[in-house]
Write a protein that binds this ligand. Sequence first.
Ligand SMILES: [Zn+2]
Length: 78
Amino acid sequence: MAYSTKKRFIAGVICPKCSRMDKLMVFSKNEVDYRECSACGFTDEVRINAVTREIKTRVNRPLESEQQHIDVITLIDN
Ligand SMILES: [Zn+2]
């Protein structure tokens, strides 16, 4: 859940259905994010897969990079 349960307009976003700008609102319902067009009633679930992928990549990074980070800290201490 990324948005408030209160509907909020997003500036500069064009509705994919009616192509009007500044008509889309975002809100959360049952821990799912939605966008809704106030002009034509278009509603769509907002998927944030890109963010999820980024977090998984960070977690799955090999331990080698962590080891290198520790080496750098040791050199500074010397
Ligand atoms: Zn619309």
